[in-house]
Design a protein around this ligand. Structure first.
Ligand SMILES: [Zn+2]
Length: 472
């Protein structure tokens, strides 16, 4: 059974499900006003790995992750560009899914847009006002955190110390600096929805609590996101549920920072790093391996060196898949443990897997998602497969190799076998012509050749040494 660290209790404990066999999870998605960065890449990979692992162990998973398409940054950015907020959000939502697909992150079962749930958000705010937990001011409606039992649970700080640390805000109508906005009254020119408090829009914390409860129901299993969402976002989501008497998430899971040059990645520090740049410069699978090689709660350092190191590891795995002619065929969609939950030897397509290695992999993953340990199990299988093949033990070698490929697939890491890397002459010719067109500045021709390659099933990337292609 999977044991996970719970931010609320601070303990690693077994995942206690609302309904045995089924997991409902909500992971806070992006606010779509800018291109995704490597921090987005990390949290989506962490929760994709968790989701895939739950499926691997035979659980049925419902995964919801929202798109925040109304929020202050969106309004500001759209105004700067002189376009409608909806035009801005459509552009960056498309960029989001493109990056997620490139990373091999499974699409959520539901990806609710905040703008589609505003009616329900108004209902929640009205309920909180009716209960006396929220109050109206000149610029909006606020939740009174003093009315919420256990406020500070996720932050692990009592109300008094949170209050002492809160920044003093300009709004003189707030009863306490910790009170947070549920509904914002509109200023001229802003997008609006009707409400009992006049035209306006929901606050961000209200968006997620409504969408998660609407789609997953009361007491859903797991709420996740990056560590910077613990306070105030998740604390405030929870506060609203508590104030309406509804059971909220049973477990809270948060992943660690991404650091760049030893510093926490953030736009304000100027070390904001584009996910698209990373994906264009390296194999997208390398970032997944880099993320897997650290525990999800530890910070990870993303530098050209750590990415290169992950690419070298990936090359060893691909080499194995080529040597034993095992590739993508084991990696179509989420993979289920072929041995079943008891870890006994089973068959995948008739060939045996190393049940002992699968059990070791599972014991690492079950221990608060110890992916570095799980990946070490995979590389141990690679060594054993190559060693057995060199010693003439074909059966043992194939068993170890198949198991390694299967476990990579369980982690969302498809490997490239022989048929995946052979480039036919026509495609090779297109690559050469595209490099010549790019060198000559003939972008129309380069784009047209890119289109031809993509239509014949290649992913086209621009590396420093020119066009690179790989099988989709
Ligand atoms: Zn959220």
């Amino acid at each position: 059974m999977l044991r996970l660290h719970d931010t609320a209790t601070g303990d690693v404990a077994p995942l206690d499900l609302r309904t045995p066999g089924r997991v409902s999870m909500y992971v806070c998605g992006p606010t779509v006003y800018d291109a995704p960065h490597i921090g987005h890449g990390r949290f989506t990979l962490v929760f994709d790995v968790l989701r895939r692992y739950l499926m691997f162990t035979g659980l049925e998973v419902t995964y919801v992750s929202n798109i925040t398409d109304i929020e202050d940054n969106i309004i500001e950015r759209a105004a700067e560009q002189g376009i409608e907020p909806s035009e801005l959000t459509a552009t960056y939502e498309a960029a989001w899914w493109k990056a997620m697909d490139a990373l091999g992150v499974l699409r959520p079962d539901e990806a609710p847009h905040a703008t589609a749930y505003v009616g329900h958000m108004v209902d929640l705010v009205a309920d909180l006002v009716a209960r006396g937990s929220a109050y109206e001011t000149d610029d909006g409606v606020y939740l009174s955190v003093a009315a919420v039992p256990g406020y500070g649970l996720l932050a692990h700080q009592p109300l008094d110390s949170l209050r002492a640390g809160a920044r003093v805000e300009a709004d003189p109508g707030k009863h306490s600096p910790l009170d947070f906005v549920l509904w914002k009254k509109a200023k001229p020119g802003e997008p609006t929805w009707a409400s009992p408090w006049g035209p306006g829009r929901p606050g961000w914390h209200t968006e997620c609590v409504v969408m998660s409860l609407d789609l997953l129901g009361d007491g859903f299993d797991l709420h996740g996101g990056a560590i910077d969402l613990i306070f105030p976002h998740h604390e405030n989501e929870r506060a609203q549920a508590v104030a309406t008497g509804r059971a909220f998430a049973r477990h809270w899971v948060h992943n660690g920072w991404v650091t760049v040059d030893g510093e926490k990645m953030s736009k304000s520090l100027g070390n904001f790093t584009s996910l698209d740049d990373l994906l264009a410069r390296s194999d997208p699978r390398a970032y997944r391996l880099l993320v897997l090689r650290s525990h999800y709660r530890s910070p990870i350092e993303v530098t050209p060196e750590t990415v290169k190191d992950a690419e070298a590891g990936l090359a060893r795995l691909d080499e194995l898949a080529r040597r034993f002619d095992l590739g993508d065929q084991l990696a179509e969609g989420p993979v289920v443990d072929p041995g079943g939950s008891d870890g006994t030897e089973g068959g995948a397509g008739g060939a045996a897997v190393d049940a002992e290695a699968v059990a070791r992999f599972r014991s690492r993953m079950d221990d608060d998602l110890d992916t570095p340990g799980a990946v070490a199990t995979v590389f141990d299988l690679v060594r054993r497969a190559n060693g057995a093949a060199d010693a003439g033990d074909a059966t043992g070698a194939v068993r170890s190799a198949r198991t390694a490929v299967l476990l990579c697939a369980a982690l969302g890491l498809p490997l490239l076998g022989r048929s995946d890397v052979e480039i036919d002459e026509e495609s090779a010719d297109r690559v050469r012509r595209r490099d010549r067109a790019r060198a000559a500045g003939d972008w129309a021709e380069a784009d047209s050749l890119r289109g031809d390659l993509e239509r014949s099933g290649w992913v086209v990337e621009d590396g420093p040494e020119g066009t690179r292609i790989r099988r989709r």
